[in-house]
Write a new protein. Sequence first.
Lengths: 550, 65
Amino acid sequence: MQLHFIDYGIIGLYFLFVLGIGFLLKKRIKTANDFLMSTRNIPLWITSLAFISANLGAQEVLGMAANGAKYGLYTAHFYWLGAVFAMVFLGLFMMPFYYGSKARSVPEYLKLRFDEKTRTFNAFTFAAMTIFSSGISLYALAMLMQTILGWDFNVSIWVAAGIVLAYTFLGGLTSAVYNEVLQFFLIVLGIAPLIYIGMQQAGGLHGILANVENAKLHLWKGMSNPAGNPMGTDAFSMIFGLGFVLAFGYWCTDFLVVQRAMISHNLNDARRTPIIAALPKIFMPLIVIVPGIILLALQKQFTGFELPKNINGQTDYNMVLPLLLSKLYPSGILGVGITALIASFMSGMAGNVTAFNTVFTFDIYQSHIKKHASEKHYLNVGKATTVVGILLSILTAYVARGFNSIMDLLQLVFSFVNAPLFATFLLGMFWKKSTANGAFWGLLSGTGTAAITYSLTMAEGKGGSIANLHTFYSGTSQAFNIAWISFTVCFIVTAIISFFTKRKPENELVGLVYSLTPRQQDKNRIRYKNPLWVAVIVLAITLFLNILFY
Amino acid sequence: MNKFFDLRFVIGAFFFVVGLMLLIYSLTNPTIEHAAVNRGCGFTFLIFAIVMMLLAISKKPQDKL
């Protein structure tokens, strides 16, 4: 792929704007609260777009296009079965407790509801996960730039990391969030023309229907049997594993996204943030999945659209989007497309680093190292943590270079951590009898069960390090099953131990548990300001799409 | 002056410049393959940019940088 002067000009302009935003926000940062929490003062439309943009990193943009080619429209289940319902649940039922409890982070909520050890366990696993994820984003960016543009790996890593460091160090969380909004528009407007051009070249809707395998153009057809659908999964693991456990586990408990709602002006805005974010999220498959399906149609009709092989000799589906950009975009808009990819990687990285510095400063440093220090001290710790977070991400990126399976490992870590955590939150928020010891041991056993299940099963040649008791049709199916099994174990262990251990007095749980918290009547007569009404619209559209693409 | 530091204005300004670059490039290089794509995208980006900047100017500043 050959870039021209105009393409470099657009990339340079983007770098200038993201740094400019950080620089302009510098004067706002006076306390640790400004730097790490944006003083809970961000408007609704910004928090909503940042909410989905924080998730729009490398795995989402490249990964979903790859899944689009691999599994077809089945990939839309991640949105129309998983994300949307989870985001509505978060807004309607969980956000009042996150926001109302005045917790500054998800681990801090665990401290208020349970105890310090549960918080610390979650803080450490989350911090490790964010660094891992940020480093992978950086690695993927550098690899992509090296493969498609011939840029030097080291230069790509240090330039991208340097820019993210500059704007997050200058403007903190606010800068990351504001840049995420710019990145959101850039990703959507930079990739949307690809859909139009690709569809035209593929022969429009008729060309897609005629050239793509029918099983890849449906959402639910063939779900009764794993062998009958491209994802190789069954209805139970899809609905319970992905739709309930994995999606709810990620969208409702991962501080990276929840943090974007927690910085809203007020509780109503915090509740509406994920629900309003669900509206554009419904249509994201058009941007991130459809390119994969278009590629399948183009491969049938033309030569030159074959995907390259990775170092293991397997088809490298991650190259779907770069391949389409290089084949369909002329220079000019190509610069916008490449900038959109860079923006998605940087957005993912900045989101992880800002979540990492908040959790480290409040849940590890303030909680275990220095309890009572000045605001300025915690501001400096937050800034220093940002630098350390970026350096650790760079280190992870270099480590990832030496291990080609580290991306799979990352996906696995998500299912190990988030799936059991959702069981802990579900019991913690909605069952007043759950205890601190129950939550801690439940979480530990759920995470352990996930590791054991992975070691006893295999999919696509991965897993089964102890023995192979079962082989799944695909890695995705394996992840769904690990998720529901670890969730169930965590749920049962937490419930059993809670029956035999001492629970907190009820007066300490007001504002933290559903049954002990007075309901807030939403008297808002303006329907679009009422979270329930917005949720009904979002769910109606989602159900309609599920039926339409049955 | 404050309105120029509204996030909507900043996003609008970014896409205005990119749109303008694409339009100028498509007009100065009409022979390039798919030049119409750059023209169409440049025009769309300009419209989007103007809408964002108008929103920033017409509404009260709520997300000033």
